[in-house]
Design a protein around this ligand. Structure first.
Ligand code: 5RP
Length: 235
């Protein structure tokens, strides 16, 4: 049998470890991305095996909703539940203070709502996502109303960012979010004060939400591969 690509293996094992923390009778925030997709799959497996009962998921994207349905996880909405006991979601960068950049899948607006409401928020990443300073490897995603793309681009440039409109792959033109908006990817040298930058960007008229998640994560599960063996450590 062909060996699994190490990054995929890390994502799988970290997704499995997060799914193992889910308890019966809870409401889950279901994140977006390739690592969370494994967690959703393993939660579905545990439900099918009868290990878990009475689970409801609040999806953070169209992708999460499709995956949850595929794996038999009943869905609910924020109109119907007051508490999210546990959210599981990926990240594009994680700093030593557990601050994150998210939005690689353009889902950060709904993700911040759901992850931010959760009593516990587990972040599932492979070790390549750990950074000393946010912004060192990944451009910060900013969701913007389409009619405001030009003024928001100017405002973000004035804040010191290099701005690019995210373009579709296998689709001509820009990426359109689940809310019908566009995404600007903004490269900063390194983000010294994430909370201040998060607030400054969200204060620009036309910005819906940016991908800085400050003080929201409670546990980081990191997948690593050594000598072909995947391990998961908790930070
Ligand atoms: C989507 C996200 C994802 O969680 C993030 O991009 C990580 O994705 P992956 O697990 O595929 O690396 O923020 O908006």
């Amino acid at each position: 049998m062909a060996e699994m690509d190490p990054v995929k293996l890390m994502k799988q094992e970290v997704g499995r470890a997060a799914a193992a923390q889910v308890k019966s009778g809870t409401v889950l925030g279901l994140g977006t991305g390739s690592t969370t997709a494994f967690a959703i799959q393993f939660i579905g497996d545990r439900l099918a095996a009868g290990e878990l009962t009475d689970i409801k998921g609040v999806p953070t994207s169209f992708q999460a909703s499709v995956l949850a349905k595929k794996h038999g996880i009943p869905l609910t909405t924020l109109d119907e539940v007051e508490t999210i006991h546990l959210a599981i979601d990926g990240a594009d960068e994680v700093d030593p203070q557990f601050n994150l950049i998210k939005g690689g899948g353009a889902a950060h607006t709904r993700e911040k709502i759901v992850d931010g409401l959760a009593e516990k928020f587990i972040v599932v990443v492979d070790s390549s996502k750990l950074v000393d300073k946010l912004g060192s490897t990944f451009a910060l995603p900013v969701e913007v109303l389409p009619m405001a793309v030009a003024p928001v681009t100017r405002a973000l440039t004035a804040l010191g960012g290099v701005v690019e409109l995210r373009m579709g792959i296998k689709k001509d033109g820009p990426v359109i979010t689940d809310q019908g908006n566009m995404v600007l990817d903004v490269k900063f040298e390194a983000i010294a004060q994430p909370a201040e930058l998060e607030a400054a960007i969200n204060n620009i008229p036309g910005v819906l939400e940016n991908g800085l998640f400050v003080g929201l994560a409670t546990e980081i599960l990191v997948g690593e591969v050594k000598d072909g063996q995947a391990t998961v450590r908790s930070l």
